[in-house]
Design a protein around this ligand. Structure first.
Ligand SMILES: Cc1ncc(COP(=O)(O)O)c(C=O)c1O
Length: 377
């Protein structure tokens, strides 16, 4: 799939879009994490076929869907996922919440590294658990896991580590030794590692994603992986995700709090997910090339701003901009006044930052940067 596919502007206002329809005609929304690109054509065709059928009964998660998922993980990561390890979820966020309830008791603690995708911060409290946050460290302009801080902050009643891998919003692809260090930490403190790998197919550099489950083959009884095709193929509005839990007892504990609450995947989600995993490869390769170009455009823009910094984005289509030196009272409001809606860093755990979503046509990104320049200079 070449760049012209991703260059094509698609009007999203008026489609009940969370990203676009919350804002006015004169604002460009570069905030919530969906992309402004059409999904792979085979996905659109699968959905059209399904819609044309006209009967929208309960869906079966077919063997063929499971095979498509397993083939994806095996081909890309060398990870052999078995059918009974999969737990269907309506989206990844309920998986984070289930994990908090399943693995920590009332009032016990769950740890995460900040800044992080806001539902990581909300999930423990949602379920009556305590949140322990440890700020990531930056060394030589590169974000690092705060292993010493994690050792200092962990308590005897900490039960799980919510691990964002790759990391939103830091854009880091955790290397094998870092994943092993996180696992070693979990082993020593008897924590469950809940590894949210929803961004794992969005690696922009020549780097390998190492699934936590492969980094710790002997730790199946403490690893829950959360995944979905929704970021990779831009399908978040279809509500489809899954957990991969190899250990039967851990799986039993994980699903228990959701019994009777979680819907089975819908028929459109099933059709789209299978088409995406089976036939989305060329689109996905084109997407990564395109996102790399957007990332480079953004990094060059920020390098020209004297008072804004960002670390190199290795993965995701999200950038984490350090705007503290601008000394703005409300950086997100200043950007909105300039006509661009970004995510306020406070929601992720650090008000000195803004998160910018560059999953859009290059012309949209360039227009947003043109508008932002005076506000960020
Ligand atoms: C790390 C991470 N997990 C989960 C999600 C959301 O997943 P879902 O829409 O499947 O709940 C996002 C969305 O941005 C994310 O960045």
């Amino acid at each position: 799939m070449d760049a012209s596919f991703f260059d094509r502007p698609i009007e999203r206002r008026g489609t009940a879009s969370f990203k676009w329809d919350l804002y006015g005609e004169d604002e460009l929304p570069l905030w919530v994490a969906d992309m402004d690109f059409a999904s792979p054509p085979p996905v659109v065709e699968a959905l059209e076929d399904r819609a044309r059928h006209g009967v929208f009964g309960y869906a079966l998660t077919t063997c063929s869907l499971v095979e498509a998922i397993a083939a994806h993980f095996e081909q890309r990561y060398g990870w052999r996922v078995e059918e009974d390890w999969i737990v269907w979820l309506p989206s990844v966020v309920p998986g984070l919440n289930l994990a908090c309830e399943a693995f920590a008791g009332p009032g016990e603690a769950v740890m995460t590294v900040t800044p992080v995708y806001p539902p990581f911060l909300a999930a423990p409290a949602n379920r009556g658990r305590r949140l322990i946050t440890v700020p990531a460290e930056q060394r030589d302009g590169r974000w690092q896991l705060p292993l010493d801080g994690m050792e200092e902050a962990v308590t005897p009643d900490t039960r799980a580590l919510l691990f964002c891998h790759p990391h939103n919003p830091l854009g880091r692809v955790w290397r094998r030794d870092e994943v092993e260090a996180a696992l070693d930490f979990c082993r020593r403190h008897d924590l469950v590692l809940v590894s949210d790998e929803i961004h794992c197919d969005l690696i922009l550099d020549d780097l390998a994603h190492v699934p936590a489950a492969l980094a710790g083959p002997g730790d199946a009884d403490r690893i829950v992986t959360l995944s979905s095709p929704s970021k990779t193929f831009n399908l978040p509005g279809l509500n489809f995700a899954f957990a991969i839990v190899a250990d039967q007892e851990l799986r039993r504990r994980f699903v228990h709090p959701g019994k009777g609450l979680l819907p089975f995947p819908g028929c459109f989600a099933v059709a789209a997910a299978e088409a995406a995993y089976r036939e989305g490869g060329a689109w996905h390769a084109g997407l990564l090339d395109y996102l790399r170009g957007n990332r480079d455009t953004l990094e060059a823009f920020v390098a020209g701003l004297p008072r804004v910094r960002m670390a190199h984005v290795e993965a995701t289509y999200l950038a984490w901009l350090d705007v503290r030196d601008l000394e703005l009272e409300d950086p997100a409001a200043a950007c909105r006044s300039a006509g661009v809606a970004l995510s306020a860093g406070a929601a992720f755990g650090d008000p000195a930052y803004l998160r910018l979503n560059f999953g859009c046509p290059r012309a949209t990104l360039e227009e947003a940067l043109r508008r932002l320049e005076p506000a960020l200079r």
